[in-house]
Design a protein. Structure first.
Length: 212
């Protein structure tokens, strides 16, 4: 078991005073299989009159608050302590082309990731009949890693998944969206899971904090 202490800072600095801001923060880690949140709190400056916590449709914690007086800057700091147990990958997953119930919302088009025919065609080489879902996802991931070049100058936050597919260039967001779109186009539910990565620094280099 490993315990992580997380400090996540989000800061907005405005060129002119903002008289009113409504905010929705998704900064609380979730309790999951192999992951247990021991403590978590938000510090908001300037402090709002009220913070309302709720759970969204997907099971994520949301913290809603408003700053109702003029302010030049807004800082939201999330502190959390999380215990993580290493989990072995599943030994068995069903065939991708076997009908499965549930998770229907993750099979459909979303605003940024359509189930397009181009993605369906790219996925074809990985979709052998009866192939386990985990093997399919891994194969698609390896193909994207081999076929696409990491190039931060090639795309931006507004680049569509189909443009990234045609360019065969982009960044992590583009590669994730291509993979999700390929799976959804074949009827396999897929979604983002956000979080933090513990990385290993190169030999002789100090571990970076935040920027890594």
């Amino acid at each position: 078991m490993t315990c992580y202490r997380i400090c996540h800072i989000t800061r907005y600095v405005y060129s002119e005073p903002v008289s009113l801001s409504h905010n929705l923060a998704h900064l609380c880690p979730r309790n999951l299989r192999g992951q247990s949140v021991k403590t978590q709190r938000l510090e908001i400056n300037p402090a709002p009159a009220q913070v309302r916590r709720r759970t969204d449709w997907f099971g994520n914690h949301e913290d809603a608050f408003a700053i109702q007086f003029p302010h030049h800057e807004l800082t939201i700091t999330s502190f959390a302590e999380v215990e993580v147990n290493s989990l072995a990958p599943p030994g068995f997953t069903p065939a991708w082309d076997t009908p499965q119930s549930g998770a229907d919302e993750f099979r459909c088009d979303s605003p940024l990731i359509p189930c397009a025919v181009e993605l369906h065609a790219y996925a074809a080489a990985s979709c052998a009949p009866g192939r386990p879902v985990l093997d399919l996802a891994r194969d698609l991931s390896h193909r994207i890693h081999a076929d696409f070049a990491y190039d931060p100058s090639a795309t931006n936050v507004g680049t569509s998944v189909l443009d990234a597919l045609e360019l065969r260039k982009g960044v992590c967001q583009d590669f994730s969206q291509v993979l999700i779109g390929c799976l959804r186009s074949r009827g396999v539910p897929a979604r983002y899971v956000s979080g933090y990565l513990e990385t290993t620094p190169p030999p002789g280099r100090a571990r970076l904090v935040g920027a890594d």
